[in-house]
Ligand binder design. Sequence first.
Ligand code: ADP
Length: 478
Amino acid sequence: MARFEYAPAPESRAVVSLRSSYGLYVDGEFVEPLEGKSFKTINPASEEVLAEVALAGAGDVERAVAAARRAQREVWGPMPGAERAKYLFRVARIIQERARELAVLESLDNGKPIRESRDVDVPLAAAHFFYYAGWADKLDYAGFGPSPRPLGIAGQIIPWNFPLLMAAWKLAPALATGNTCILKPAETTPLSALVLAEIFQQAELPPGVINVLTGDGSTGAALVARRDLDKVAFTGSTEVGKAIQRELAGTRTRVSLELGGKAANIVFEDAPFSQAIEGIVNGIFFNQGHVCCAGSRLLVQESVAEAVLEALKRRLGTLRLGDPLDKNTDIGAINSERQLDKIVELAASGEREGAERWSPSCSIPERGYWFPPTIFTGVAPSQRIAREEIFGPVLSVLTFRTPDEAVQKANNTTYGLSAGVWTEKGSRILWMADRLRAGVVWANTFNRFDPTSPFGGYGESGFGREGGRHGLEEYLDA
Ligand code: ADP
């Protein structure tokens, strides 16, 4: 089949003005870290150093906590909800105004395709602020009693896969409900949170309401170890989530954890065929598979397995891997060398344990961190690639014969964040949704996010919900 080559269509980097170094954002100002430590953040597609970023220590945490506490007691907590809403609306509008800059920055620091940061991450981040701005003056009617109170101050630790969007998920409901925040972005993707801090300044958010402490795991640990926060919200690995829960057991700090996943994407023989193929691709190859709710286990009914796999392989042959800033790119860079090593190791275990590995032929850039889209067939439920979260563009394919078997295999995991069901029968969708142990069940779609809809897990995927009215409850003393 003749195929036309795409001409390169790179987005301009000129919309982003990177500083060579960044301080911490504490009490409304950018400040130097007390211990003077810093780290480098790089572009994973080229290994180029983008900036030097401050690494916050225990003393910086102390300053941020004091600023957040004072701002909560004196300014933000007592402020009428309708006034808080104005700030949130302003932040949402500035995110929209600076959308192109934020999208390019996110793709530079994270490695994700500009198409995704432009069309998903940034618009959804703005949508979260708009949505929760709308709740700020209606909390009395949200179903949590006549005048629900904020918890106080929240420590919020976020991962690197959706840096700006995860910041918005955490900050918007906390602010709408009258809490103040200390945000700790991930060490490989601190830049969009720092631009967000500039946006808070631009929106004239009162000092101390939001503080951004960049740093690594030691910064996150120092924040949690204080044990005097009213709330800790964490999104990241199950391992760190468990450590945080252990640390805070027996304290009065409220905790919510959004952790790993190993979602089943279940395709029945009566599924709308082409949509299901697109849904499988979107389920696992969106954002290089760096998605906690990724559809990383394809469960396909045996009668259509061969046809589905054939169509899937044909479709993967058309995916374009390369420069994240090119508007035609589907698969960007793996976020870090460490993550790439993890994916390589788990994929090797799949081969060792007897599964069959397949990738389309695609050229891999010389510099940077890359992994081709990969499918494993003949996967047994006991293999590591069927049980462990790979967090990369790797799909494990299993088959089933009956709906009961599909449910049993889908639930055969310690996780429970999401699931997908592809069938033309509404009754089967409802039957499956009743039985799948997952916080979100998508029907004839996958990886669809909306600020009005709660998101969260069961089991080792964590607890607590973000988004929707449910997301308010996590920050209210109700
Ligand atoms: P991943 O393994 O995918 O990088 P992590 O759970 O290690 O995910 O990271 C998620 C976030 O948690 C990051 O912001 C990271 O700096 C932070 N973090 C890592 N270790 C700890 C810890 N012990 N305590 C608190 N936060 C941590």
